[in-house]
Design a protein around this ligand. Structure first.
Ligand code: COA
Length: 149
């Protein structure tokens, strides 16, 4: 049974998160140092999906006042397309909504169809495009979801 847990401080989880990020993003994964620094920043939080201490996915997000940003989202490749990403996003958005967050932002590579499918499902809309933002001249789509009813 998968369960989702929230951590305000990812101290002690870093190596698992780094390994999962590397598995999910491959050569595009962030360095262990960068990820370690991010997960321990103030205002940064992690939602982890796990089954019997085995991590299957996580969302790293930041929240400050009434705005939040999805920093990264990763699901173990062998467990993708089983709604783990959907469940993580659902729970994070529910939590942010309860915390009176009004807007959630994220960035995604224009060719990341899996992530785009997930973000569109949750009602994120494109608000800006950063041309040639990623390696390989890929643009980043900046997306926003309003949590106001
Ligand atoms: C993006 C990612 C987190 C999705 O997680 P997941 O658990 O596999 O996603 P879900 O099973 O919840 O799928 C939800 C929806 O996303 C879309 N989707 C997910 N994987 C997809 C794929 N391989 N191709 C096309 N659409 C896909 C679909 O719309 C899917 O709904 P459906 O299965 O009913 O068609 C996962 O593919 C991943 O970790 N990718 C590598 C890291 C990454 O790109 N992170 C996002 C960075 S912005």
């Amino acid at each position: 049974m998968n369960s989702i847990q929230f951590f305000d401080n990812a101290h002690g989880l870093e190596s698992c998160l780094i390994a999962l990020h590397k598995e999910a993003f491959g050569s595009l994964s962030w360095s262990a140092q960068d990820l370690c620094e991010l997960v321990n920043r103030p205002h940064y939080h992690v939602a982890v999906c796990s089954c019997e201490n085995f991590f299957s996915g996580f969302i790293l997000y930041s929240r400050l006042f009434d705005e939040a940003e999805i920093i990264t989202l990763a699901v173990k490749p062998t467990l993708q397309r089983r709604k783990i990403g959907t469940n993580l996003m659902k729970r994070v958005l529910e939590k942010l909504s309860k915390q009176e967050v009004q807007s959630v932002f994220l960035e995604v590579a224009e060719n990341n169809l899996a992530a785009l499918g997930l973000y569109h499902y949750f009602g994120f809309v494109e608000i800006n495009k950063r041309t040639n933002y990623y390696k390989g001249n890929l643009s980043a789509l900046c997306m926003k979801k309003s949590l106001l009813i």
